[in-house]
Design a protein around this ligand. Structure first.
Ligand code: ADP
Ligand code: ASP
Ligand code: MG
Length: 469
């Protein structure tokens, strides 16, 4: 079997863990599998890179850059020290890590002096997290006696457009690049999260994108299985950090997993499922810290069991935009114009009131300014007097203190009365429902509440719909 194994940030959070990961890979190989590894940055590193690039831009103080470089050096040096025993391998890996950190330092000094940080340079800076962790894991594998080489996403054949920060895949050259290595028993350790554009610039696939990298590589290689190794024992009935009683879900269909990931189950990047589904490659979610646990298996089997509701997810850091205006009634094209104004914004949920006098949208908090200004631009000047007084749209209201709760399960399809139950329990938990949307797939009902009511609402729904059913 050909297995793609992806390890997340916590799984490679220090040298001891990297060694543990190398041993998990060793077990898979000893079972007779060929393996391709995908690895994230060590935990906290991507966040720290975002933070320092912002500081370099705004604070423009070189001591901040120096402190950061010291932190990154210590973190990766001590990981090398713990993960690798052979002095020879250690020194080789140190050389690679050293030259990358020098490069990173120069880029950050550049940002500090220039006071300029483009999306392109930001992606370049963010790529260092994975470009530093991958040589260490490849070194740890060589230390265990395997032949292994670290590759960047681009080198592994992930070619993207130049939509920096959230690049789209244009084509894959994964087979050409990786098959010769696999045939020669060399284990590729590929950086997650990053690709390369046609003109040779490093791009990133969005936060949490290493899962997606693993799916792309699995797709490109026609792998037999994609394994996502993380810090929990699979996909749970809710985020175990939010709902202490959440339970592992042993089996999920691709559609359910896709809805779960899209509506906030951070354990899988939302775009991970599609490539796997297209080639019918099973995804197995496993716990690095409890490898004997069976985890969650995601396949095309829709098991409509007696549990109608499989999981409850949440999305935070979003905003609710309400667009009002009696002028929208019967005016064809208004909705199209709203969408054309929002073409660069990721709209998570939409609903239109039956009176047609308002449209509600949920978007990411960081897109609010962009969305409101494009809406104003689109509708301003329609009638003299400007945006707020034109007849088409009377007002736009933005609420940033909200969150989305989604109830997911293939068994909900056609199940009568489930929506009623959900909203009754939510209001019993004290939550005021501000918007409702049901996906056309009918395996999901989502609604918007105030963020302050989130924990109580999710725990109540979990208890009533999952624990007590
Ligand atoms: P990694 O670094 O391995 O990619 P992430 O932090 O991205 O790990 O994802 C794992 C985390 O996802 C878990 O620690 C958990 O808190 C969170 N999570 C949110 N929803 C779920 C869910 N439904 N099932 C499992 N984990 C979830
Ligand atoms: N390191 C990247 C992030 O933190 C990608 C990933 O971990 O999947 O977003
Ligand atoms: Mg992740």
């Amino acid at each position: 079997m050909l297995v793609v194994m992806k390890f997340g940030g916590t799984s490679v959070g220090n040298g001891e863990r990297i060694r543990r990961v190398a041993n998990i890979i060793k077990n898979r190989i000893e079972e007779g599998n060929n393996v391709v590894v995908v690895v994230s940055a060590m935990s906290e590193v991507t966040n720290a890179l975002i933070d320092i690039s912002q500081k370099a831009l705004t604070v423009r103080d070189l001591t901040k850059v120096n402190d950061f470089i010291k932190f990154i050096k210590e973190k990766h040096y001590s990981a090398i020290e713990q993960a690798i025993k052979s002095e020879k391998i250690k020194n080789l890996v140190k050389k690679i890590v050293d030259s990358r950190i020098n490069e990173l330092e120069k880029v950050l000094i550049g940002v500090t002096y220039l006071g300029e940080l483009t999306p392109k340079s930001r992606d370049y800076i963010l790529s260092f997290g994975e470009r530093l962790s991958s040589p260490i894991l490849a070194g740890a594998l060589r230390d265990l006696g395997f032949n292994s080489i670290a590759l960047e996403g681009g080198e592994a054949g992930i070619i993207t457009d130049e939509n920096f920060g959230n690049a789209r895949v244009l084509r894959l050259e994964v087979k050409e690049r990786l098959s010769p290595l696999i045939e020669n028993n060399i284990i590729p350790v590929v950086t997650g999260f990053i690709g390369i554009s046609e003109s040779g610039y490093i791009t990133t696939l969005g936060r949490g994108g290493s899962d997606y990298s693993a799916a792309l590589i699995g797709y490109g290689l026609d792998a037999d299985r994609i394994e996502i190794w993380t810090d929990v024992s699979g996909v749970y009935t809710s985020d175990p950090k939010l709902v202490p009683n959440a339970k592992r879900i042993p089996k999920l269909s691709y559609i359910e997993a896709m809805e779960l990931a899209y509506f906030g189950a951070k354990v899988l990047h939302p775009r991970t499922i599609e490539p796997a589904m297209e080639k019918n490659i099973p995804i197995l979610v496993k716990n690095t810290f409890e490898p004997e646990n069976e985890g969650t298996l995601i396949t095309n089997n829709i098991e409509v069991d007696n549990k109608i509701v499989k999981a409850i997810t949440t999305i935070k850091n979003v905003a609710l935009i309400n667009i009002f205006g009696a002028g929208m009634v019967g005016v064809s094209g208004t909705v199209a114009r709203i969408f054309s104004a929002l073409k660069d914004v990721n709209v998570i949920l939409i609903s239109q009131g039956s009176s047609e006098t308002n449209i509600s949208l949920v978007i990411s908090e960081e897109d609010v300014d962009k969305a409101v200004s494009s809406l104003k631009k689109e509708f301003d000047g329609v009638k003299k007097g400007g945006f707020l007084s034109n007849n088409l749209i009377r007002d736009i209201d933005v609420d940033k203190n909200i969150c989305v709760v989604s109830v997911v399960g293939a068994g909900m399809k056609g199940a009568k009365g489930i929506a009623g139950k959900i909203f009754t329990y939510a209001s019993e938990a004290g939550a005021n429902i501000k918007m409702i949307a049901q996906g056309s797939s009918e395996v999901n009902i989502s609604f918007v509440i105030d963020e302050k009511d989130l924990v109580e609402c999710v725990r109540t729904l979990h208890k009533k719909l999952i624990e007590n059913s």
